[in-house]
Design a binder for this molecule. Structure first.
Ligand SMILES: *[C@@H]1O[C@H](CO)[C@@H](O)[C@H](O)[C@H]1NC(C)=O
Ligand SMILES: *[C@@H]1O[C@H](CO)[C@@H](O)[C@H](O)[C@H]1NC(C)=O
Ligand SMILES: *[C@@H]1O[C@H](CO)[C@@H](O)[C@H](O)[C@H]1NC(C)=O
Ligand SMILES: *[C@@H]1O[C@H](CO)[C@@H](O)[C@H](O)[C@H]1NC(C)=O
Ligand SMILES: *[C@@H]1O[C@H](CO)[C@@H](O)[C@H](O)[C@H]1NC(C)=O
Ligand SMILES: *[C@@H]1O[C@H](CO)[C@@H](O)[C@H](O)[C@H]1NC(C)=O
Ligand SMILES: *[C@@H]1O[C@H](CO)[C@@H](O)[C@H](O)[C@H]1NC(C)=O
Ligand SMILES: *[C@@H]1O[C@H](CO)[C@@H](O)[C@H](O)[C@H]1NC(C)=O
Ligand SMILES: [Cu+2]
Length: 571
């Protein structure tokens, strides 16, 4: 499982001075036929394989991925979820934000340093593409893992909702005026380890570190082990003070690392349940009909000669409250913020009657120029949010302590993710609490850190981060269907340090091949950055997802004549 060039982590844990390695992958995205749940369908794989391969390295290493898009009919790209991309914001991956989508037949190289250890994943961040399969495990080992002496083996478990249809027709079906209830595509199945399933060989006296990752596009999952508890040591690549829990709820894109021990009293085989859930208030034990009919049973197998029996129905879910976890290092809450970003989220309807998701009454609309390219080419005007167009832009200065308040005015829970940072979760009250009262009180003095936080229905969350990572970072709901509805904001961090930022030539080539401008304001105006003509302020009524359309001629793309480009929806 370890890549060439990477030393065994058990060896590394015994050493103090470790030389950073470079780990290189040559990857080509291709269509693959797969049937993870017994139903065959085309999926997006890598190097003609699916499930997609794992990235495995050690903190401090440099990862290089030579990525070629060989899908033929779709654009593509990769994002590395939870990697902070310090000094490499152009490697973050979201299409239309830090790069252009990679057209068929083109290659880009991703190259970045691994700043923190833990359990991560990578996925396409291009027009609803990851639920079609382009996602994989990303493990970063830690030579100084504070829990290294407490476990013997590692177990990777990915959890996902799964769809028999492809993303494009499902999102087209969602983005229709008739969808007045804002209904997302509904999953057909739950899959674990991309369908291969999980039977863990369990040996008395040993302790197993589970690394659980949600690849889901919509549903959260409840995790419950029969007769064994979970000793949680990490969430989203942030170490925690070890806490024992019986049930966890993992939302789309989140990760949990926990220890499960094979006790001396153990004998026989133990089932564990993973149940998809869209429960609107998971603190409410009366689940009933709100549980998706999608359960998965895995086994801790101690004795293959004995039977494996399913878990009895779990009558009550009371998962741990992750907003109460404690950071391993006991770090204190960042002192009072210097910049407040307040986001009211609710579903909304555009002028054509199409369902959208809005922050502060505006839906995210992808513009002609990726926002990082605008930040790099507009001089002092890059500190003016106007020039980025309707991408819900917020400018923060280097060194700011930023407080994000998200008021979830919808009934359901939504998991919000920030690129480029771990943030502190100061407060995340129960469903029905209503909007943030506008006062900073009752926050946890040593808040947990995450990169994806579940915000409860009709309630709010208060998050803080230090703006010390210049770049353009998205803040969005990680329900992929809601991303396509426009539930995204853009943080322009330290614009004074992004002036004249340069891009690798292969990234520029990907734009040039599609006649996507790489300089100027949102419409590619390099003369008058404050001129908003050509900005997209209404979503196109046709949704083409990642479908590749050969670019219009240069002439028709000239500023002023441009209508709707090949890259036009929310990314
Ligand atoms: C990855 O791409 C770089 C730049 O194109 C090239 O120098 C390198 O040899 C490639 N790596 C592999 C393993 O092909
Ligand atoms: C999948 O496609 C079929 C056939 O078009 C359709 O009946 C079904 O509703 C679709 N499912 C989803 C989740 O969109
Ligand atoms: C688990 O044990 C069985 C039986 O001994 C063996 O066939 C299998 O390869 C083991 N699986 C793993 C992942 O080690
Ligand atoms: C899934 O598990 C939950 C909790 O045990 C149970 O209530 C539900 O009936 C199960 N659903 C199915 C289809 O087995
Ligand atoms: C934090 O700063 C904001 C903005 O400057 C101010 O309105 C608020 O009262 C301060 N809160 C505390 C607890 O000091
Ligand atoms: C959004 O629109 C509603 C209704 O017009 C208004 O009450 C509210 O203040 C607006 N919110 C923001 C943040 O502009
Ligand atoms: C940055 O770019 C602008 C416009 O392209 C140019 O005028 C300026 O000299 C450049 N500054 C530096 C420090 O290179
Ligand atoms: C692209 O090709 C794949 C594989 O043949 C197919 O499943 C998919 O529907 C095609 N079209 C689009 C627009 O993605
Ligand atoms: Cu959402």
């Amino acid at each position: 499982m370890l890549s060439s060039g990477v030393l065994s982590f058990t060896f590394l844990s015994l050493t103090t001075a470790v030389k950073a390695a470079t780990v290189t992958y040559d990857w080509t995205s291709t269509w693959v036929w797969a049937s993870p749940d017994g139903h065959g369908r085309p999926v997006v794989g890598i190097n003609n394989q699916w499930p997609c391969p794992m990235i495995e390295a050690t903190v401090g290493d440099t990862v290089i991925i030579n990525f070629t898009n060989n899908l033929g009919n779709q654009t593509s790209g990769l994002h590395f979820h939870g990697i902070n991309q310090i000094q490499t914001p152009e490697m973050d991956g979201p299409s239309g934000v830090t790069q252009c989508p990679v057209p068929p037949g083109s290659s880009v190289q991703y190259k970045f340093v691994l700043d923190i250890p833990g359990t991560f994943w990578y996925h396409s961040h291009n027009m609803g593409q990851y639920p079609d399969g382009l996602r994989g495990v990303f493990i970063i080992h830690d030579p100084n893992d504070p829990y290294a002496s407490q476990y013997d083996e590692e177990v990777i478990m990915t959890i996902s909702d799964w769809y028999h249809n492809e993303s494009l027709p499902m999102v087209q079906n969602m983005l229709k005026p008739g969808n007045t209830r804002f209904a997302p595509p509904i999953p057909d199945r739950i899959i674990v380890n991309e369908g291969a399933g999980l039977r863990v060989n369990f040996t008395k006296g040993k302790t197993y570190r589970f690394r659980v990752i949600s690849f889901a596009a919509l549903a959260s999952a409840m995790i419950h082990f029969d007769s064994h508890d979970m000793n949680v040591i990490m969430n989203d690549g942030a170490y925690l003070q070890k806490e024992t829990h019986y049930q966890l709820r993992i939302a789309a894109a989140q990760r949990y690392d926990f220890l499960v021990k094979a006790e001396d009293r153990d004998s026989g085989n133990y089932p564990f349940l993973v149940a998809l859930d869209v429960n609107r208030d998971w603190t409410n034990p009366a689940l009933g009909a709100l549980v998706w009919p999608h359960n998965y049973t895995g086994y801790l197998v101690m004795d293959t000669s004995q039977p494996t029996t399913k878990l009895d129905v779990v009558s009550k879910f009371q998962p741990a409250n992750d907003a109460h976890f404690k950071p391993y290092d006991g770090a204190a809450m960042y002192p009072n913020y210097t910049q407040l970003i307040k986001l009211d989220f609710k579903f909304c309807t555009d002028v054509n009657g199409y369902p959208r998701a809005c922050f502060n009454n505006l839906t995210y609309i992808g513009q002609h120029v990726p926002a990082l390219y605008s930040a790099a080419t507009t001089g002092d005007d890059n500190a003016n949010p106007i020039i980025y167009g309707q991408v819900n832009p917020f400018v923060v200065n280097f060194g700011d302590t930023v407080q994000i308040v998200i008021n979830n005015q919808d009934d359901a829970t939504h998991p919000f993710h920030l690129h480029g940072h771990h943030f502190q979760v100061l407060d995340r009250p129960n469903s029905g609490t209503g909007d943030w009262p506008g006062r900073d009180t009752n926050y946890r003095s040593t808040p947990p850190m995450r990169d994806t936080v579940t915000v409860m229905g009709k309630s709010f969350a208060v998050l803080r981060f230090k703006a010390t990572n210049p770049g353009v970072w998205l803040f969005h709901c990680h329900i992929e269907w809601h991303v396509e509805m426009g539930l995204t904001a853009t943080i322009i961090e330290a614009p004074d340090r992004l002036k004249n930022f340069t891009f690798p030539s292969d990234h520029l080539d990907a734009c040039n091949k599609q006649n996507i401008p790489t300089a100027g304001n949102a419409a590619g105006n390099t003369e008058n950055h404050l001129d908003t003509s050509g900005f997209l302020t209404v979503n196109p009524t046709t949704y083409n997802g990642a479908m590749y359309t050969p670019p219009p001629s240069k002439r028709s793309r000239l500023f002023g004549e441009r209508q709707v480009g090949p890259f036009n929806g929310p990314f």
